[in-house]
Design a protein around this ligand. Structure first.
Ligand SMILES: Cc1cc2nc3c(=O)[nH]c(=O)nc-3n(C[C@H](O)[C@H](O)[C@H](O)COP(=O)(O)OP(=O)(O)OC[C@H]3O[C@@H](n4cnc5c(N)ncnc54)[C@H](O)[C@@H]3O)c2cc1C
Length: 377
């Protein structure tokens, strides 16, 4: 059964001082907030948008993220499969936020439709201005540490910017409500444009996630890819997408150096890795749990100097995890031409459902990467 997303904030009060302020409740921020609650940190978590998960992407839960989630009490978030969707993970994590026990070890607050709009980082605390996106009201909060789980949006408030470390790579994902007509994962490539279209059954085979991947290069054309995606969807009879598909340039980007203050960036805020490596959400979750356990330890330190050293160690570890991710992303892009050839080859202008299929030669490898074939019954 699908867990219900929490539809209300914990309360209408807002604390003015907390141990930890978590900004952003995507996969990384939600995991960070849950870890902080588990460790008894006095926590406030805020998310600019509402509680409904919005993303459709398919994700691979890597072993490190699986272990991190188990630490938070999720025995098996993908219920026996290697893959799930970001929407499903967000939904499970966000639903867990609502399950705060009445006798929690420390105050735990979370607020939807609340953004951080200004930030001041001092030697011993962080001062943040929060904006209620519904009413426009502003309020101040101070925190011993801030976890930046905004996917990089705090750069506009003066946080260090991530730099481009990869080629342009335009992709589109969309979810459709029509049940899949196929078994497992199927795809097709256009031999002239080198675009690759993959179709995945969604959770419980209720619908289809379509993914269109353009050839990485120095530039790209998002609107053109979007129109090709639209035409492809019509040829394959995918129906109306559940939300408007948008083309995204998922070029890799990364911080140049680890954070060196009380704001610890995690997940996409540290860097994005290529989507073909299926790593982004898993890395964000791993970062989150690792960072919050580390920050809790630092807050128990006897001196300010010791606390700072432990905080720095947290940021260094997260940074190193992303460096490895960027290297893995580059490797995946280097072998994309080989991966692409594994799929049936048909000009998209003449593609039909019967021409879309599994990769005839690399099926064992795909099963290894993406998990076992979903059952048809
Ligand atoms: C097209 C596409 C396909 C992808 N496919 C995959 C895949 O197959 N597998 C995979 O693992 N990953 C994939 N990813 C990457 C994955 O989506 C991200 O790596 C993951 O969502 C990062 O999680 P996060 O928690 O760091 O940040 P996000 O998911 O970006 O969450 C950040 C949250 O912070 C909130 N926020 C932003 N600014 C503020 C503010 N000032 N105040 C309060 N809240 C704020 C936002 O509203 C958002 O909810 C894909 C990404 C894209 C774009």
């Amino acid at each position: 059964m699908q867990p219900k997303a929490p539809d209300a904030d914990t309360d209408t009060d807002s604390p003015t001082h907390v141990d930890l302020l978590v900004v952003g409740l995507g996969p990384g921020g939600a995991a960070a907030a849950l870890a902080a609650r588990q460790l008894g940190l006095n926590t406030l978590a805020v998310e600019a948008r509402g509680p409904e998960p919005t993303r459709a992407q398919l994700i691979l839960i890597r072993p490190g993220a699986r272990a991190a989630l188990q630490r938070l009490g999720f025995a098996d978030i993908s219920e026996g499969r290697r893959t799930t969707t970001i929407r499903q993970v967000e939904q499970r994590l966000r639903a867990a936020l609502a399950d705060t026990p009445a006798a929690a070890a420390a105050p735990f607050h979370y607020h939807w439709h609340t953004s951080v709009v200004a930030l001041q980082v001092l030697a011993d605390q962080v001062l943040a201005t929060l904006k209620d996106e519904t009413t426009g009201a502003l309020r101040e909060v101070s925190a011993r540490h801030l976890v930046d789980a905004t996917g990089g949006r705090l750069e506009s408030l003066g946080r260090p910017a991530r730099v481009r470390v990869g080629k342009s790579h335009w992709v589109i994902t969309a979810e459709f409500a029509e049940p899949p007509w196929f078994d497992g994962i199927v795809g097709v490539r256009d031999p002239s444009t080198h675009e690759l279209c993959l179709l995945f059954p969604t959770w419980g085979r209720r619908g289809v996630i379509a993914y269109l991947d353009a050839l990485p290069g120095p530039t790209g054309d998002g609107p053109l890819l979007a129109s090709r995606f639209d035409a492809l969807g019509q040829r394959l009879g995918l129906g109306q997408p559940l939300y408007t598909p948008w083309a995204v340039d998922v070029y890799q980007r990364a911080l140049v150096r680890p954070s060196n203050d009380r704001v610890v960036a995690i997940g996409d805020a540290v860097g994005t890795v290529d989507v073909l490596s299926g790593n982004g959400a898993s890395t964000a979750i791993e970062d989150a749990v690792d960072a919050v356990f580390g920050l809790a330890e630092s807050q128990g330190a006897a001196t300010l100097a010791a606390e700072r050293a432990l905080t720095q160690a947290v940021s260094d570890r997260v940074f190193e995890r992303h460096r490895r991710g960027v290297r893995r992303g580059r490797m995946i892009l280097a072998v994309r031409p080989i991966l692409e050839r594994a799929w049936p080859s048909v000009a998209f202008g003449s593609v039909t459902r019967d021409k879309v299929g599994p990769p005839p030669l690399l099926w064992p490898a795909v099963r290894f990467v993406f998990g076992r074939r979903p059952q048809t019954s």
